[in-house]
Design a protein around this ligand. Structure first.
Ligand code: ASC
Length: 152
């Protein structure tokens, strides 16, 4: 029995790289760690996205360098949360649909990243009207994903 357990554990370690890269075990010691990681990343992302809101609403002067810096943080952060939604990490505010409708969840990520790429380009243009349009599209992407995949 002991020997079988050892053989199995060696086999599991050997097979680990073949598993989906997003599995909790690959990157996080515990499911709670994955939940904390994705929530932290999304919190930082929302914070920097939110800093641009008063600018696009005309409540704060447009400082192109500042907007660019915030958009770059949003873009970087937007790459990170998804691998922390691996199998076995159900919980937090995530709905079961994240796992039961994986293809749709993936589409929502891709929509967001496409919209963020446009926001990066708009921020680089230094044209507030372009930033405003692209900002609205990113916000709509955030909302669409939340409507489908996040508990209120
Ligand atoms: C934000 C933020 C979100 C989105 C979403 C858009 O600033 O933190 O989650 O915009 O509210 O509807």
């Amino acid at each position: 029995m002991k020997k079988l357990a050892r053989v199995l554990s060696v086999a599991c370690v050997a097979a680990a790289p073949l598993l989906a890269p997003g599995t909790a075990a690959a990157q996080f010691a515990k499911p709670e760690d994955a939940i904390k990681y994705r929530q932290s990343v999304l919190t930082v992302m929302a914070n920097h996205f939110g800093r641009i809101a008063p600018v696009v609403r005309g409540q704060q002067p447009y400082d192109p360098e500042q907007v660019k810096a915030d958009v770059e943080i949003v873009a970087m952060m937007s790459k990170l949360p998804w691998s922390a939604f691996g199998q076995g990490t159900e919980g937090g505010a995530a709905r079961p649909a994240v796992w039961s409708e994986g293809a749709k969840f993936k589409q929502a990520q891709e929509r967001l990243q496409g919209d963020i790429a446009k926001l990066v380009a708009a921020a680089q243009s230094g044209d507030l009207a372009q930033v405003r349009t692209a900002y609205g599209a990113v916000g709509a992407s955030c909302k669409a994903c939340h409507d489908n995949f996040r508990n209120r």
